[in-house]
Write a protein of this length. Sequence first.
Length: 342
Amino acid sequence: MTPEKIFDAAIELPTASRTDYLNEVCKADPDLRARVEKLIEAAEKTVTIYGALGASPRLDSEGRATPDFGKYELLSQIGSGSMGIVYRARDTVLDRIVALKAMRPESQLNEEAAERFRREARAYAQLNHPSIVAVYDLGEVPGSGVYIAMELLDGSDWRTAMKTVPLTLRQKIGLIADVCDGLDHAHRHGIVHRDVKPSNLFLHQKTQAKILDFGIARLVTSSLTRTGKVLGTPNYMAPEQITGQKCDSRSDLFSAAIVSFKFLTGAHPFKAPFIPKRIVNGEPELLRDINPALPVELESVLHRALAKDPDDRFQAGEAFASSLRAILDNGDVALDRDAAAV
């Protein structure tokens, strides 16, 4: 696995579990581990290197270098990952606050990484759906690089929301159905996300699901990715994706089902010392083995969505969402209780 892929899986884990995970996947390659740990350090304590790009960055009030993105005034940093940094910024022409996603300067030295970043913007440009974050602009500024300007969301990603935001079971099922609707919209436009996971879903204003980060999405018309090249976050991949086989819209729905199971129970359906191995070779936990108070119908929906064979899963996000909403329509009062108490 590449350092970026291991990073994506490791950053999802609690700090206490990361060491065990890195021990397992990097045990024969200390250099690989060192590279992953550097990515983790960079994500948690952002370091940018503008000199490598020949840039002349702006200086903030304390004399620190900040990139220049033309009409966008950077106000604060609100997130970071292995390839990008996200800023709260102001569009000085339209006087609008946006989220501005910029490539890390060191990533821009990698042409394939830069092309993936541009492809994310092209994917977003084809989509217009309430469950997908809206993109306003794609640009490139000499010395500072490529950026995407998008709507600024208010809330937290699902990784955080699972632990901190109290929601009823009805709300949770509704949010999962909304994610399935958003994926269905992307799939109908020929786009497979390929990295559906808690940190790529956002709970906006505690009521609305938003799908983020189409950076490794596969466009039907693109030749940038091929069968045999594994991209994504292993703990949330479908079996065919882990093994490097062709993945399609049903692979996204499998990933959405893993996230849904965790959103509803707090547990991973393939919990194991090395989760990807169980995803490929083992069976998932049953939802009601984790929480017997959850509806039988909900267990059936997720069990189908987690089928090993793509032909046995829901064939479209619309069908997945409809099955979830059918549960909401049965009038069960338990759905309106705090999900933690169900």
